[in-house]
Design a protein around this ligand. Structure first.
Ligand SMILES: *Cc1c(COP(=O)(O)O)cnc(C)c1O
Length: 379
């Protein structure tokens, strides 16, 4: 699904020399690379504060702790996403409220969010799934109307650009009150272990969060709030520093691959291609709204599982993200949920399949993959 080795070749010299310097200096924790990476990412995103931490799941949890959410507060998020999002809500004894998604973008359905708002609702967590932003204009408007926080889960969309209805552009993860991201190796900006970060433009919240990631300390050995230990280590920061300058190029390679996939699947009766928010199908030459963390098709003639098996047999990696809606997971099932409210997710889990997507895909690979998919689906 990903080619980390191929990508490493392009940053090898810098990564190896930075890691070797860190080994020589023994500055493993809170070394200069961590601080430098923080600044470089702030500049790249155009956000006031980046707070590095240990992984994307911690980042989400720390966002919620930083906002002071309390047990019983309801947090609305998407039913169709990776479990980390709902997991941390539950861990903090907040009440997860899952809602359906949009069938075109796979992102949280804003009307479903609105219907789910109660007097206990405190926050909305849109997940910018597979690499493009949820409808942030509508979500921010809704949040303002109901006095809610918006926490962007930006683990899959770093570098994506969100264009508002007024034409203004912001990077994904800098629009809500606070955002989280993950630097897991297979993410669009991945390190060589675990890593994550929190972004915000709010000075007070940034201050609160800087203490939370460090055991609730604002002054050494004075623990003002209950915190956690969540750090990005120097070696991971050095890897990220080598890769950040190439992130736009990496995302452009993904978009190029997506365009080729899109062209090959054009006009296929049983294959729905991923739709981008501006309707250009990712084949417009200037589009920067989608960074294709995943390239996900919908197979509408019931052959998805058989296709996955066939691709495996042919040595083509593929993935089903995600096979089970969160509201049907044992850990998160709740009698309040009504199947009629999850029509889209329930259908998507039967139809979606993600094809190999990374920065090193070449034309020959794409031609082989697309021909294999088309022949099988129509066969
Ligand atoms: C990867 C991912 C996470 C979790 O990140 P980790 O660094 O693995 O903890 C959270 N949310 C989404 C949507 C993700 O894709």
């Amino acid at each position: 699904m990903v080619d980390l080795k191929g990508q490493y070749e392009g940053v090898k010299d810098q990564v190896n020399s930075s890691i070797s310097n860190i080994l020589d200096s023994s500055a493993f924790i809170n070394g200069p690379d961590v601080h430098a990476f923080q600044k470089e990412l702030e500049d790249y995103l155009g956000v006031k504060h980046v707070i590095p931490c240990a992984n994307g799941t911690d980042a989400l949890q720390i966002c919620m702790m930083g906002l002071g959410l309390k047990p019983g507060d309801e947090v609305i998020t998407a039913d169709f996403t990776f479990a980390a999002t709902v997991e941390v809500i539950a861990l903090l004894n907040l009440t997860p409220v899952l809602v359906d998604v949009d069938p075109d973008t796979f992102n949280i359905d804003v009307e479903a969010v609105e219907r789910a708002i109660t007097p206990k609702t405190k926050a909305i967590v849109p997940v910018h799934l597979f690499g493009q932003c949820a409808d942030m204009d509508a979500l921010m408007q809704l949040a303002q109307k109901h006095n809610l926080y918006v926490i962007e889960d930006n683990a899959q969309a770093i570098g994506a650009v969100h264009t508002s209805k007024d034409g203004s552009k912001q990077k994904a993860g800098t629009i809500g009150h606070v955002a989280s991201t993950s630097f897991f190796p297979s993410k669009n900006l991945g390190c060589y272990g675990d890593g994550g970060a929190i972004f915000t433009n709010d000075d007070d919240l940034a201050h609160t969060i800087r203490g939370i990631v460090n055991h609730g300390m604002y002054v050494r050995y004075h623990h003002d709030v209950v915190g956690v230990n969540s750090r990005l280590d120097s070696i991971q920061a050095a890897v990220l520093r080598a890769k950040l300058p190439k992130l736009d190029e990496y995302n452009e390679s993904r978009r190029r691959a997506a365009k080729k996939y899109n062209r090959a699947f054009e006009g296929q009766e049983h294959i729905i291609r991923p739709k981008t928010v501006n309707g250009c199908q990712g084949i417009c030459e200037t589009c920067d709204c989608h960074v294709f963390h995943q390239y996900t098709l919908r197979i509408t003639n019931g052959k998805r599982d058989a296709l996955a098996q066939h691709l495996n047999d042919k040595g083509i990696p593929c993935g089903v993200y995600y096979p089970i809606p969160l509201h049907k997971q044992k850990a998160y099932a709740d009698e309040r949920y009504n199947e009629d409210d999850f029509k889209v997710t329930n259908q998507l889990v039967e139809e979606v399949i993600s094809l190999p997507m990374h920065t090193e895909l070449d034309d020959e690979q794409i031609a082989f993959i697309t021909k294999t998919v088309v022949d099988f689906v129509n066969g």
